[in-house]
Each structure stands twice: as C-alpha cells, then as structure tokens.
Write a protein of this length. Sequence first.
Length: 421
Amino acid sequence: TIAEYLRDLGYETALVGKSHFNNWAWWPLYKDGQPNHGFDTMIDGGEYKQFLKQNPMPELPPDIETYDGKKAKGDIPELLNCRNLPQPFYDEFSQGTFYANAAADFISKNSEKPFFLWTAFFQPHHPYYYPVEYAGKYKPEEMPLPTGSPEDDRWIPEKFRNLTEDQRRGLIAAYYTSTEYMDKNIEIVLNALKENGLEENTLVIYISDNGYLLNEHKRFEKHTMWEEAIRQPLIIKAGTSFAKGVRKHALVEYIDVLPTVLDIIGESPLTEAQGESFLPVLTNETDVHKEIVFSEYLEDNLAMVCSSKWKYMFTTGSRDLGITYATGYGPSGMVHRLYDLENDPGEMQDVSKEPQNTEILLQMQQQMLQRFMDTHPDADRCPGELTMEGKLVWFCEPRDVGVDQQLGVVPVRVFESEDVE
C-alpha cells in the first residue's frame, strides 16, 4: 500500500475513519492480529464507540425526530431517508466530527516530522448522515430534480421505481445536508494544518470513492457507469506549487493518484503501480494525460471505457443487478451502449446501433479489451479461441471468493484455479 511504502521511507502514517479493509471479517485468519496495511495509527468505529462511552451525550429533546434505520427496515422510503431526517446526535458527539478532531490531533502531534494522513469520512454516503444542528438546512421543495430518459427504465432498481417526487427531493436535500456537514469537518482538518504552520508545505488531496446519481437516470446510487457516478472529485492543494483556482479537464484515473503523489513529493516511483503521474498536467506542461479511461464493476459484469467524446459500456447481463439493487426484470443478457458525450452529455440516447458508429464502437471495444489484457491478473489465461466479445465476457466475470453479494452468507463465486473442480 502507499502507507507501507511511505512508512518505510520514514513517514508517520495514519488512517482515520472509513477504511473498507473489512478487517472485522478476516482478522481471525491472522495469527498476530489484524493487519494495519502500513498505518501506524488507525482510528475507526471502535475508537468512536469508546469516545461515546467516555463522553456520554446529553439526551435529545423528545420533539426532535431523527433517522432510525432499524425501525425503517422493510419501508424503503424510510430506509433511504426520504424524509431528510438527522441522525440522533449533536454535532459535538457525531461520528464525522470525531474523525475530524482525531485527524487534527494527529497533525498537531506529528507537525515536526513528515507524515501521511488518510482521513476518510462516511458522508455523504446513504443514509446521508448529519447531526441534529443541520436539520432543515435544505428544503426538499427547493431541490432540483433531474429527469432521465425512457432508456433508463429497464435499468431502474426496483426499490427506486415507485418513489414519489417529494420523496426524491427529500433524498436530494438529505444528500446536500450531509455534504455540508462533511465540508465543515474537512475545514477542521485544514485548519489544523494552518494552526501548525503546515499549510504551505503540505500536499492535500481531496478525493471520493465514487460519484452519485441524485435522480439522474431515475435512481439514487453509484453502481453504474453514467457520468454522475464515475466522475469523482479530485482537488489538489500544495502551497504555492500549483496555481490556485484552476480547473483541469484532462482525463485521469484514481490509479494515477499514487504515482502523482510520489512524483510531487520527490520519492521514487512504486513499480507495482499501474497508474501514471499527471504532474505534467498540474504544472501546465500539457493539457492531456490519457486518451482513454477505464472502469469496471464486476458485481454487475459491467465495464466502461471513455474518451473526451465517446463512452462505451458493456455488460454480460448474466445476472440481475446486485447488492440489493435488482431491477426485478432478471438478467438482461449482453448489452453494448455507446454515448456521444459532445452531443449528449446527459447520456440519454444509446447510439451503438447506428450504422455510422460501427467503427468507433469497434475501436472502443478494442480499447476495453486492451485494458483488461494489460491489467487483469489472469490475462494470460484468457482463451485465445474466443472472439473479442467473448473475451470481454470472460473478463467481466468476477473471480473472487466471497459471499452472495445480495448480502447473504452463502459463497456463490469461487476463483477459477487448478485446485478447484
């Protein structure tokens, strides 16, 4: 990991907040306890629970209505937080604020040495967590409500299909509120840099793990390849090293972040990294980084390649959508989609079947297959007798050992190997 690499170079390393390492599931397999993945300090939900035990929160007034996911079980609008309700916490005792203060404390204690700090907030993930002080900041009736196209209807998860307009606006208001709460907590971390005299010599990168659809394409989620789901924030601040307030339009991928970080701080490249440094874009040496970017979501047998003009999506459609997002229509079968981003930025019309696009469709398929061949750990085992479409099907099938991703407990996918019949 980047933490292991920088730790070995003498950096103090810390992770505060969400990690998604899922150590809770795998720690019994490690004889020396949970792995720390290179982080000398790890502060997560366990430490937050301990904080609440040591600092009991005063009771909330009985007239303040709050979100209760347990009571909402089975009631989809309530579970989604369509009524835009706060969590049952004051800001001072809330999870995000705890993580922000923990990160600030780490900065203060390590201000005299190089450090790598990863601060990961849960917000604005569903159910759009925010404390009671933020209730009412955004009015559902004032929220914009994007619309989709008839092409979206086949792919709408069943749980979103019958939401009313008011419920949809309520979700958007909750998302906006949760984002503002997170923004306040980011300020706590940035202020810690300023207070410790580190503002001008610290590299700060703000990223997210995904985008989000707020009724674009008639849904509220991330597990798609539409623009709102795959375009993710990437904000970089490094004292006076780069011009302020400049927006770059180069195509980059998150696998490029690690090489870029090492490039900026002057450390040797990590040879295992698949990405490429986009420092030349930041220093205005070029406006172009990559011609094509790639994404995959193999839970739904789905992959995408995208240029500045075209986006190609492919799915084998061998199953309905996973992780509780089933459409109820069953497997779709193989689907190719092509969008002209210059003329259709909202991705409303699939133009893959138009005769004039036959060549560009083929080129995008070749780009997708090439990315799989360059990066997939089993590329050398891809059967040579398959057609290009057959190879895409082969690569888009998950090969992990895991549980049913409908959140059950029965293993349904096993890595293909010589040891497994």
